[in-house]
Design a protein around this ligand. Structure first.
Ligand code: GDP
Length: 476
């Protein structure tokens, strides 16, 4: 069907869309009925489930619940920018009794596990070390349920802010219990009572006010209230969550972050969700596969095995998987490879699905008049910077009728397949601390794809912002 005809049909259904805008599944189905087509919406998760079924595999819990063992809670820290998420994660990292004894230096691998020692009871807790609701929602959007408990950080001298509300909305939508950390109580003008007051409006009523949410006053920099916060996390886990996993089934879990390491090749931090991951396992993570050559914890120690809720670095994959990708261990290398191949093929098909013309930042004007959307591909040297850049770009204020969309992001150099994707979909490609491979450069030059390189985030932001602003100038 012609786009114009579809737009008209949609208009009759009461939907105002433009030809290049995407519509939701429900609208698509209504549209199908209107033009007498049977439209089936297949979600990527359904497609993947079908793919795994052809190999007699399922992603999920298996086995007799009686065999399950208790596992540590997995915690994500969320909250408004500058309210102290990073500082709090750093402070909590240093409460690890085991690491302190071993004198281990922790490295950033995207997640870490600490062992608490409260009332002479040693209990582990896992923290996802990439704060922010963007990574939380990105994972959730990809079907990965990682977080058991959200710690919502609110600065006592600042109060509830827009991202505080966003974060708690996301947590509530995912039905994840919230523990509120009222941070910066050391600061002059800190008013922890006011935070409790403000949050009642959002359904978070403190226990001391008769509600069921635990609020803990902390100072990440002065290291105040940390034990109380850890206790609150464990109490919340014990009170409302039944955290157990089968340690005996085939190991499965989620990729927390991935990067290309100069010496070791692709390295992925994964969170084991069930089963016991071991060195030598055949693994498929997203569209990457391989043999687990080594397992490393956040102190760089080699592990023989990783139990549920353990974040661990996996070395031995053939390529870098994306955050939110699920991983499975399979019987044979061959199966891992076949699953990975099929997933790669699917990604390529999706990329080739639409062929449209190219734009560049310079001629955004005309292109956006038509599309009202600027598509970006972000490639970078590690998933942390890629996420940070995406997060920052998404904060650029654009007018209501123009949208900025990241259609693909990844770790590593800009490849030919990135440029292929850019050709298909009016895209500007951003390389952060990475360059384009030879073939990719050639193709980009030939086809006029706008590829830009940055090594400082704010420069990327400034350029995109300026381009959008230029376009947003009033027309004379
Ligand atoms: P994020 O954006 O939420 O990750 O916030 P950061 O952890 O980067 O903290 C933002 C700023 O607040 C930094 O300058 C921190 O030093 C400061 N900060 C964080 N926690 C505390 C605290 O407990 N007390 C004080 N006085 N400052 C804090």
């Amino acid at each position: 069907a012609q786009p114009a005809a579809l737009v008209t049909a949609l208009f009759h259904l009461g939907e105002m869309v433009t030809a290049t805008q995407s519509v939701n599944d429900e609208t698509l189905q209504l549209l199908g009925a209107e033009i007498d087509w049977d439209i089936q919406v297949v979600s990527p998760e359904d497609e993947d489930r079908e793919l795994l079924e052809t190999f007699d595999l399922t992603f999920g819990d298996e086995g007799d619940e009686e065999d399950w063992e208790a596992r540590p809670p997995v915690v994500t820290v969320m909250g408004h920018v500058d309210h102290g998420k990073t500082k709090l994660l750093d402070a909590l990292r240093n409460t690890n009794v085991v690491a302190r004894e071993a004198g281990g230096i922790t490295q950033h691998i995207g997640a870490y596990q600490i062992v608490t020692e409260l009332e002479d009871n040693e209990r582990p807790i896992t923290f996802i070390d990439t704060p922010g609701h963007e990574s939380f929602t990105a994972m959730r959007a990809r079907g990965a349920k990682v977080t058991d408990i959200v710690v919502l950080v609110v600065a006592a001298d600042d109060g509830v802010m827009p991202q505080t509300v966003e974060a708690l909305n996301h947590a509530q939508a995912a039905e994840v219990p919230i523990v509120v950390a009222v941070n910066k109580i050391d600061k002059e003008g800190a008013n922890p009572a006011k935070i409790r007051q403000q949050l009642t409006e959002y359904g978070l009523v403190a226990e001391e006010y008769g509600g069921d949410t635990m609020f803990v006053d902390v100072s990440a920099t002065q290291r105040l209230g940390l034990d109380e916060l850890l206790t609150a996390i464990l109490l919340t886990a014990d009170a409302s969550l039944d955290l157990r996993a089968n340690t005996q089934q085939d190991p499965q879990g989620v990729v927390i972050e991935g990067k290309l390491d100069k010496g070791r090749g692709p390295v992925a931090t994964v969170l084991v969700q069930r089963g016991t991951l071991r060195q030598g396992d055949s693994i498929v993570a997203g569209d990457a596969y391989g043999r687990v050559r080594s397992l490393l914890d956040e102190h760089g120690n080699k592990l023989k095995e990783a139990l549920p809720a353990r974040p661990v670095q996996v070395v031995g994959l053939t390529s870098v998987p994306r955050a939110g990708d699920t991983f499975l261990v399979v019987e044979e290398d061959r199966v891992a490879r076949q699953i990975a191949d099929r997933r790669q093929a699917r990604i390529r098909n999706a990329q080739n699905a639409s062929m449209r013309k190219r734009i560049s930042l310079e001629d955004l004007d005309a292109a956006l008049k038509e599309n009202r959307q600027l598509n970006l591909i972000i490639k970078g040297d590690n998933s942390g910077t890629v996420e940070a850049l995406e997060e920052a770009l998404m904060k650029i204020e654009v007018s209501d009728d123009i949208s900025l969309r990241v259609i693909h992001r990844g770790v590593g150099g800009i490849t030919k397949s990135d440029i292929d994707l850019a050709l298909a979909d009016d895209v500007i490609v951003l390389g952060f601390n990475v360059r384009a491979e030879g073939q990719a450069t050639e193709l980009a030059n030939r086809e006029g794809v706008d590829v830009r390189y940055y090594s400082v985030i704010y420069q990327a932001i400034e350029e995109i912002e300026a381009a959008l602003k230029g376009m947003l100038k009033p027309e004379y």
